[in-house]
Structure formats: C-alpha cells, structure tokens
Design a binder for this molecule. Sequence first.
Ligand code: 2NL
Length: 350
Amino acid sequence: MEVNHTSDGAMIVDELIAQLQELQGQGSEAVAAAGNAEALDALRIEYLGRKGRLTGILRRLGELGADERPRVGAEANRVKDALSTLLDERAAAYAVAADTGPRVDLSLPGRARWTGQVHPVTLVIDEICEIFRDLGFSRVAGPEMETQTYNFSKLNIPLDHPAADMHDSFYLTDEVLLRTHTSPVQARVMEQFAPPIRVVVPGTVYRRDPFDASHAPAFEQVEGLAVDEGITFADFKATISAFVRRFFGNDAKTRFRPSYFPFTEPSAEVDVSCQICGGRGCSACKHTGWMEIMGAGMVHPNVFEAAGYDPERYTGYAFGMGPGRIAMQRYGIPDIRLLYESDMRFLGQF
Ligand code: 2NL
C-alpha cells in the first residue's frame, strides 16, 4: 500500500517541528536551572546524547518522504546548536568559578626592597680618615703582601723579634708575608716622597691569632704618620687630642701613658675617657674610667734612616689604631666575631 506522503507527511513535519521547539524551550529552562557542571553534563546527555531526546524525535524522520526530511533536519540542527551553545556557555562559567589556581591580589602591599648597609667598621674608618683629612692628612693604601724588609726591618723591628716569627705571622714564602700592620705603606710613602708628609693608612692586616671573642686573624687598622722639620711631642699631643674631641665628642678626655714600640721613641698608649660611663667606672672600662684607643709616639730615628730621611733634620709622630675595637667600644658590641658574620640582622643596626 502506498502511503500518501503529501497530506500525512505535512502533518508529521509540523508535529516534529513543534516537538523540536518544545524540546528547545524545556532544554533552555533546564540549563538555566542547572546548579553545577555535573548537572550540565547530565542535561547534555539527556537532550543531545546518542540515546537522548533529540535523537528520539528524529527517529520519526523515516516516516517522511525525501522531500520533507530537510525541513525537519534543518530545524533539528538549529535546536541542537542552540542547546549546545547554552550548555557550553554555562559550563564555561562554572569552570571559571571552580578555578582555584594562583591569583594576583593587587591589594597586597609590595615586598620591601632589600637594602645594603655600610659596615660599622667601615663607618669608623671613614670617620677617622675624614677627621684627619680636615687636619691635612691624605688617605693612602698599599699592598697586603709584603716583604720582611718593609714589614719589619725598615720599621726597626729585628727579624729575631717575636712579631717576625713564623708562628705569629702568615708567611707566603721565606721572605714574603701578609702584612702584620699598615706601617710598611708609610715606609713606602717616605721612600717616594720628601717631607712634609701627612698620611693616614687604613687597611686589612693579618696575624696568626685564634679567632675568639676578642681576636681575629684578619682585621682593620688605621695608622697615621706626620713628618716635617720641627715637629715636636706637643704637635703630637695636640693633634691626637683634637682627633679625640672630634671623634668622641668635646667632653671626651685624652690620656697619654708611656709605652714601648720598636718604631717610636718615646712611645705612648692613648686612652679616652670611657664612652659608656663618662669616666666614673663601669664593666666596659673594667672600672678604670678609661678606654685604650691607640698606640703612638715620635718616629724612631732608625726608621727615618731606613727611609732615606736625615734624622737630624726631620722629626715626626706616628700612631696606629684598630677601628674594629673602636666600633665595639662605641656601639657596645661584645664579640668581635659579630663584625665578620655579615648577618644583616646585626649589620642593619648601624
Ligand atoms: C697600635 C700601635 C702604632 C705606629 C703604629 C708607625 C709607623 C711608622 C713609623 C713609626 Cl712608618 N710608627 N706606626 C707607631 C706607634 C704605634 O700602632 O697599637 N696599633 C693598633
């Protein structure tokens, strides 16, 4: 029996298109109501899946003639695309909401930039040199590797002196060592320049001492030297006292005690009234009221002789101090090793 496609078919086409449009309406509402990504996945299967409701409607395409199928097919594709797009959009929105990956919080304050500091010993060295610059002294530097001749002999230190011993210095060869003081730099300055001479010499010096709370095998020193005709012990005392007042303050008192160094005669230790107790006596000054800050004296004639200066014509004074020691006294640092550890929690305080 021949089916009348023309009349029955037209009715089926209208019915299927109506069903497709109803499917789109229901699907749209269902997508809008879906509470999460899983619900959307279930709807995609229910409406558009291989055994889903759209497929179910299209099964009846077989009842239509070849000329009627394209209209229903086109409508089916439109509905499928529309629902698919809705599902994709909602799924994308849920994916963004679910993303817990790293976020940039622009309201957070920025991280503070790390800044360096000038080391407290360097601060003291620069301050010392600046004061002596105002008093007419030039700042000079020289080699850390020295010969026995410059480190000892030219400074009136005999090579059998304990300071020249293998056990007290770092020898690199039989005759070459790491300088034990900066004095060889002054010896070299005197050989190269005629008086008047006024220099300060900061630098690292080396001695074979065990590293403990009060000793280090490498430490900083600042030495000074003034040479001219007619320089007296009065010039020496006045210049050092002026330095002490500038460095420690106008109330600071200076005391000169007799001492001995091979390269000066007479020699003195210079003390300053205690910075902690003002001279009344405390544990920092071992209840003496004084703190030792330098060794000094009038340059020994043998030192001038070795430099090629006429000791009958020229006189002068020299001094040496430890800026590490002075920094410890000034800032109340109890252990010299703190100056070597490069710990910014410590260094950041100065
Ligand atoms: C100290 C003692 C001193 C000198 C250093 C010196 C240099 C020359 C000639 C004469 Cl070229 N003297 N230097 C003099 C006396 C003492 O240092 O206790 N330093 C930490």
